[in-house]
Write a protein that binds this ligand. Structure first.
Ligand SMILES: [Zn+2]
Length: 395
C-alpha cells in the first residue's frame, strides 16, 4: 500500500497485532454484549520515507461512529489542567477575542468550552457523532454576554469557515486524524478552508513516535488506524500547505501541530530517519517482552489470590485486558468518567467501577494505565478507603 501521507513509498508491514475489538471506546450495557463485541485485525505497516504508521488490515467499513462512543479525557484533573492552559495559549496566539474558532470533531464540546472561557468570542463545534449529552449549545454563554458556543451534528464544509458572526481565526481538530484511512483528504479540506478564511490551524493527535519509542503499546487500537511521528505529521500538513510547528506535548503522548496561517500546498521530501526505522523493526519483540512481564506478574497474583484492578477504562485499559493471558486476575476497571461506570469493557466484559467505590472492592493492587495520573489516582484511591498497592503500567 502506497503511503497515504507522503505518497513516495509503500508501507512495509512490521507488526501483527491479531484480532482486537473494533471499538474499545464504545460502552457496553451488559457483560454479554461486551464479550461478544465484534473484532478486527491490526497489522501495522510503516513508511521508511516519512515515518507514518498505518494499520494495513484496517477496513473503514467496519468502523461507524455511534453515539455510544466515549473517549473524553476531561474527567481527569491532570488532563483538564493541561487542556485549560492549552486553550489559554491558543486564544492568545491566535487573537481569538472578538473572533470565531471552528473545531472539527469536537465531541461533547469540552475543549471549545475552555476556549470560550479563555476569551474566544464565538465557538462552533462540528461533529456528526457528538453525544446526546454534549455541553453545547450554550447561547448566550452564561456570564459572558455576546459570546456564542454552538454545536452542529454534521460534517465540516469549506464554506463553514467563511460564515459566522465574526471572522474565523482558528480551525482546530483534536484526536481525529488517527481515525482516518485517508488523513490527507481531511487535512487538505481543513488547510484549504483555513487559507481562504485567513485562519490558523491547530491539529492534535496521539504521538506515534511515543508508541514505538516509549512502547506505548496499550495505545494500539483498531479505531486508531493511523499513527503519526512528528516527521509524518509535518509532511502531511506541509503537503496541505500548513507550515506547522510541531511539539511533543502532554508528557510526549500527544503531538501538537500549529500554524498561524496556511499557504499553498508544498511537496516536501522528508529526511530519512534510521532511528525510526530501527524502532519499528524492534517494536514487535519489545512489545512481546513487556506483555510477557505482565503475564508473569498476573500469574503470580493468581497464585497468591491477590485481587487487582486496572485504573482507566479507556483505550489503554481495554487493550491491556484484551492482550494479557490471565485477564481474569483483574476484578474490574476503575474510571473517573461517570458515563463509563456501570458498563463493561469491550472484548473481556470487565465491569467498570467508579473511583469513589474503589474502597469497596477490597483490592490488593491497582495498575494505573497512564503514568501521568499516578499521583492523582493514588490520592483518589486513599480518599475512597483503598489501601491497595498502586503500580504504574510502565515498569
Ligand atoms: Zn510516507
Amino acid at each position: 500500500m502506497l503511503c497515504p501521507v507522503c505518497q513516495t513509498q509503500d508501507l512495509v508491514s512490521f507488526f501483527d497485532g491479531g484480532d482486537v475489538p473494533l471499538f474499545v471506546n464504545v460502552l457496553h450495557e451488559d457483560r454479554g454484549s461486551a464479550v461478544n463485541a465484534p473484532k478486527g485485525r491490526i497489522e501495522l505497516g510503516g513508511c521508511s520515507a516519512c515515518g507514518f504508521v498505518h494499520n494495513v488490515a484496517f477496513d473503514p467499513k467496519l468502523v461507524e461512529y455511534a453515539p455510544g462512543y466515549e473517549n473524553s479525557l476531561h474527567g481527569s484533573p491532570t488532563f483538564q489542567d493541561w487542556a485549560t492552559s492549552l486553550a489559554a495559549a491558543l486564544v492568545e496566539r491566535h487573537s481569538l477575542a472578538g473572533a470565531r474558532a471552528v473545531e472539527i470533531g469536537g465531541g461533547r464540546g469540552e475543549f471549545m468550552e475552555l476556549l470560550v472561557d479563555a476569551g474566544l468570542s464565538h465557538g462552533l463545534v462540528m461533529d456528526p457523532s457528538a453525544p446526546e449529552d454534549a455541553i453545547t449549545p450554550k447561547d448566550p454563554v452564561s456570564g459572558a454576554p455576546g459570546r456564542t458556543f454552538e454545536l452542529e451534528r454534521r460534517l465540516f464544509e469549506p464554506s463553514d469557515a467563511l460564515s459566522g458572526p465574526a471572522p474565523t481565526r482558528l480551525l482546530l481538530t483534536r484526536h481525529v486524524l488517527e481515525h482516518l484511512a485517508d488523513p490527507f483528504a481531511f487535512v487538505s479540506l481543513l488547510a484549504g478552508s483555513a487559507k481562504e478564511a485567513g485562519a490558523g490551524l491547530y491539529v492534535e493527535v496521539p504521538n506515534g513516535l511515543w508508541t514505538v519509542r516509549d512502547l506505548g503499546i496499550w495505545d494500539l487500537i483498531y479505531e486508531h488506524c493511523s499513527y503519526f511521528t512528528p516527521r509524518a505529521l509535518r509532511t502531511l500538513l506541509l503537503r496541505a500547505g500548513a507550515d506547522v510547528e510541531i511539539r511533543e506535548t502532554y508528557g510526549d503522548q500527544f503531538l501538537s501541530a500549529e500554524a498561524l496561517s496556511v499557504g499553498a500546498p508544498m511537496s516536501p521530501t522528508p529526511d530519512a530517519s534510521p532511528e525510526e526505522d530501527h524502532l519499528r523493526e524492534a517494536f514487535g519483540a519489545a512489545r512481546e517482552g513487556t506483555v510477557a512481564a505482565w503475564n508473569q506478574t498476573l500469574a503470580g497474583w493468581a497464585k497468591t489470590n491477590q485481587r487487582a484492578a486496572i485504573w482507566g477504562a479507556g483505550s489503554k485499559g481495554a487493550t491491556f485486558l484484551n492482550t494479557v493471558e490471565d485477564a481474569g486476575v483483574i476484578a474490574c476497571a476503575i474510571d473517573v468518567n461517570d458515563r463509563k461506570v456501570g458498563r463493561f469493557v469491550a472484548g473481556t466484559g470487565h465491569p467498570i467501577v467508579g473511583a469513589d467505590k474503589v474502597g469497596e472492592q477490597k483490592l490488593d493492587a491497582i495498575i494505573v494505565m497512564n503514568p501521568r495520573y499516578m499521583a492523582e489516582i493514588e490520592s483518589m484511591a486513599r480518599a475512597a478507603g483503598s489501601d491497595a498497592e498502586v503500580l504504574s503500567i510502565v515498569q
